[in-house]
Design a protein. Structure first.
Lengths: 386, 197
């Protein structure tokens, strides 16, 4: 083990020289594309621009900020007071559901299932939380930091864990029994860092080797290994539905439809841009296209894109609500789409979040009628009635 | 720069810092004009920084398409938030920070990027040992997480000091040093292992 502060000028020179020598011919139309886009964008007012650039609304001017906060609090108190006076207190099912639940450590993953919220955190814990009152029902120690979605499939909860700092070389897939709040199986193949586990026909499927394009099927009840499939491409997201597996090939703007018996590619559905998370709804496969700011809906009866819905930069994490709506989390907004009309039906501002910082990439969960969002060391309930 | 009907136009891709038609226009003037909503001025500035931004993005993301996206997104962000920039002289650093943040997000969002190599450097008159070493660095660098790649590029390509990196990324200075240390250690480990083989 070398000294923490030991300089190595030769290595530093080698790295600098290598970085300097990398070819980087600029595409001819790169600036044109950006400038065409920017011409269509209005400049933000100064205060909003500074807020977006992390300076806060008032650009570090404390007196102005204090005055604004005081005024805002007064207005909020007045509005809330009038609202309660006019409508009476909330006595519905969500009356006691907390709007914020503090966490012991920063969240890196969030999921819902079996009546609970499940939070993976940087301390390598999986915390089971009762969404009705925010109480911690169980804390399960993991041997890695959750680094992907936490997905219920069949009778178990499934999640991917990574090494400290999000190193995927030590990624594993873990199966948790919600009846006993304990780890049942760890599938330690050293490459299980694909996103998504999905149940179909008595089997649970997950990506067990991203680079090798390997998908593993285990018995949904016993967890025993059933078969491995190999796709002729590195893959990184998976969902199951309509008798097939659906995966994203790395490096190609497409979704592949895979035969779950043979691993054969049944169809390649081309998208406008690189694909992100996948999920299955009653009649469609949904896929995020984060670099195109889109969420695409694939019709499994035709193996074609039925619609591409405009979201916002970074539209990546998508989740399906019990009422059929599809939610997409972007850098600063949360969109809801109605599959029936292929249109946006709701949009919420998301607090300045760290969802895409560090290894926290999957921090949206839909629990019954509530939308939950993990923002660092707290869970925020964004909407009680969708 | 052409003045006509009170509208300012600049030749695309040309910085008229030396002045045109007897009117001296500095880079800071252009930034100030862009900040006031003059998109033509922004055109000139944006084109002048595109190559540098692309070089940085390509080294961090190691994927030409993601690098293009990051640069385009950053220029759009820069235009949209330009009024946040207080001092026009700081434009280059400011837009670089926007790019780095976008690269950081992009790399986090798509971990596949670590597996996609940029084209290898053209062989030159380099001796074979140096070529082999660069290939090993290339492989080792590709194995670093985005966290580590970002700080290594900022430190050893842009030459930023740890405090500057800390400020730009919004992470603690100790974290920067730790990531630099880890990144170099990982590179060193691969090189030493290969040397022993």
């Amino acid at each position: 083990m070398s000294d923490m502060n030991r300089p190595d000028p030769q290595l530093e020179r080698s790295v600098s020289a290598w970085l300097e020598d990398l070819p980087d011919r600029v595409p001819d139309d790169l600036a044109d594309g950006a400038l065409t886009r920017s011409r269509a964008v209005a400049q933000r007012p100064t205060w909003l621009a500074r807020w977006h650039q992390g300076e806060g609304f008032w650009g570090g001017q404390p007196l102005a900020a204090a005055a604004a906060v005081t005024a805002a609090v007064a207005i909020i108190v007045a509005v809330v007071g009038i609202s309660i006076w006019r409508t009476g207190p909330d006595t519905g099912a969500n009356a006691n559901a907390p709007s914020t639940i503090p966490l012991e450590a920063d969240a890196t993953a969030l999921g819902s299932g079996f009546g609970s919220l499940w939070v993976g955190d940087k301390s390598a814990h999986l915390v089971r939380i009762n969404p009705a009152d925010g109480s911690v029902e169980a804390t399960i120690e993991l041997d890695g930091v959750p680094c992907g979605p936490i997905a219920p499939a069949s009778t178990s909860l499934w999640l991917a864990t990574c090494g400290v700092g999000g190193t995927t070389t030590k990624a594993k897939t873990t199966r948790v029994d919600p009846a006993t709040n304990s780890i049942v199986t760890v599938y330690d193949d050293g490459a299980g860092d694909g996103f998504g586990a999905s149940a179909m026909n008595g089997l649970v499927w997950f990506i067990s080797n991203v680079d090798g394009g390997q998908i593993t099927a285990v018995d949904a009840l016993t967890g025993e290994h059933v078969r491995d499939l190999t796709v002729d491409s590195p893959i990184h997201h998976l969902t199951a539905g309509f008798g097939s597996l659906w995966v994203n090939p790395i490096g190609r703007p497409a979704v592949l439809r895979i035969d779950p018996e043979t691993g054969e590619t049944l169809a390649e559905i081309r998208l406008s841009g690189d694909s992100g998370y996948l999920t299955t709804s009653a009649d469609s496969i949904w896929v995020a296209e984060p670099h195109q700011w889109l969420v695409a809906r694939i019709d499994p009866t035709t193996d074609r894109v039925a619609a591409e819905l405009m979201a916002a930069p970074g539209a990546d994490h998508i989740a399906l609500a019990p009422n059929g709506r599809v939610w997409a989390l972007t850098d600063d907004q949360l969109f809801a789409f109605d599959p029936a009309g292929n249109q946006e039906v709701d949009r919420l501002a998301v607090p300045s979040h760290r969802a895409f910082d560090d290894i926290a990439t999957h921090v949206l969960a839909l629990d019954e009628d509530r939308v939950w969002f993990a923002d660092g060391s707290s869970l925020e309930r964004l909407r009680p009635d969708d | 720069m052409i003045l006509s009907d009170g509208v300012v136009r600049y030749p695309l891709g040309v910085l008229p810092a030396e002045g045109v038609g007897g009117v001296a226009v500095t880079r800071d003037d252009l930034v100030s004009r862009a900040r006031s909503g003059d998109h033509d001025a922004f055109d000139v500035i944006a084109r002048s920084v595109t190559a540098r931004l692309y070089a940085i993005a390509l080294r961090i993301l190691r994927d030409v398409h993601l690098a293009e996206d990051a640069v385009q997104d950053s220029l759009v962000d820069a235009w949209r938030d330009l009024r946040a920039l207080r001092d026009p002289a700081l434009f280059d650093g400011w837009v670089t920070r926007i790019l780095v943040r976008n690269c950081y997000r992009s790399a986090k969002r798509d971990r596949s990027t670590r597996r996609i190599a940029v084209p290898a450097a053209e062989p030159t008159a380099d001796v074979s040992g140096q070529v082999a070493e660069r290939e090993r660095i290339e492989q080792a660098f590709g194995r670093l997480t985005p966290d580590h790649r970002v700080v290594v590029v900022l430190r050893y390509y842009l030459g930023w000091e740890p405090a500057e990196i800390s400020d730009s990324l919004g992470i603690a200075p100790g974290t920067v040093r730790s990531r630099l240390h880890y990144g170099l250690e990982a590179l060193r480990a691969v090189l030493e292992a290969d040397a022993r083989a």
